[in-house]
Design a protein around this ligand. Sequence first.
Ligand code: UDX
Ligand code: UDX
Length: 433
Amino acid sequence: MKIAVVGAGYVGLVTGACFAELGNDVVCVDIEEDKIKNLNNNIIPIFEPGLEELLIKNRKKGKISFTTDLKKSIKESDIIFICVGTPPKKNGEADLSYVEDVARTIADVMDSYKIIVEKSTVPVETGDKIAKSIKSYNAHKVDFDVVSNPEFLREGSAVNDFMHPDRIVIGCESERAKDIMKKLYSPLKAPIIFTDIKSAEIIKHASNSFLAAKISFINAIASICEAAGADVEKVAEGMGYDKRIGRSFLDAGIGYGGFCFPKDAEAFIRISEKFGYDFSLLKAVQEINNNQRNHFVSKIEKALWIVKGKTIGILGLAFKPNTDDMRFAPSVDIITELQKEGAKIKAYDPKAMEKSKGILKNIEYCSNTYDAAKDADALVIVTEWDEFKEIDMKRIKSLMKHPLIIDGRNIYRLEDMKNDGFTYISIGRKEVH
Ligand code: UDX
Ligand code: UDX
């Protein structure tokens, strides 16, 4: 099938690359000329495991191309995926102006039947609004269908999530579009849930909010564990064996970040308000998440006593491992707070340092973990990259001014840290001295 993917960001590039890999003819469109120029020179703007290989391979095969020409791409495609950003406005609502721009351009230029798919995360009723907008600007008076097909791609494993989804959700109100979407996704052999458009839109917000709630729940339990002297890892394990609960998304830490959970939870609260429902549960989820970061900074302050003048080595800047994405990364708040108090920050991240340089200033960026630990009064784990789990603790200890590790992701065993002679402070577990 001929597919246009509008918006070559995290979601658009993964979607485009994977549809090309499945044998479709894909054109990825973006307004940023530099981005398209780079993509046409095999320079991929983001780090996402497996993405570069897929894009380069399928570009060589002629299955995927990159352009800024939105009008031509619309005309030449059967299905148009809208993957432009839906960033939060000041009041927390999703800004849908980019989505609307694309919808109006589609209406203006389409001259044959098209399926317009909303892939970006949007509030319920956006599908109706897109349809209404296209209908009123439909210059050539052609048939079209709007479909909601939310993405469930986790950064760091997005290609794998696309190719092996737990489910595919398709909100669609015409048999014609339903048949085409079914055929498009048939190579993936995953369960397809067909719903009306509004339900599909709510599935996306409800899923992300539920996962955010799971994280805040375990972070609340972690605080109780700390006070009671219990171990949150054991609690999560014990809870997780219950199939009704499940172990995933019960990792206590410094709270969720990234471009999805924080903004989606906020947007869902705003949408609910508009419908007259006070989503107090989700507000509590947010509050716990925000407190979790402050709580972590307090642990660092308490461990160092006086932060001013101390050198703190930070391991991990990206909001999660296997990505270079710094959007709503907890590292930004944590480092900014420590800098305000006069700490000297050294930091290392395997992939996110370039992006971090545009956001966090006055940091000594290091070339590896050991450089970050050198002469540090404390080493702080912010992102659980695999390489941090395998470091030589004896070497770290010999490099640091003081053997103090404060771990926001619980990546080390308490016994090991005790045996290696560290003061080790983590989340929801006993302190090791
Ligand atoms: C996406 C979704 O849009 C968002 O709703 C979801 O919650 C997370 O994933 P993402 O792919 O991460 O966002 O966004 P981003 O990396 O910012 O990419 C959006 C792209 O759209 C950018 O490359 C931007 O240049 C492009 N764009 C934006 C257009 O091509 N046209 C526009 O009018 C606006
Ligand atoms: C999320 C959704 O999972 C995905 O389906 C899609 O809708 C896009 O948004 P993403 O934000 O890329 O994906 O990563 P995810 O793995 O969901 O992690 C989000 C945040 O939660 C990260 O900051 C992560 O560190 C945190 N997290 C996750 C925890 O703190 N504990 C956990 O147990 C799991």
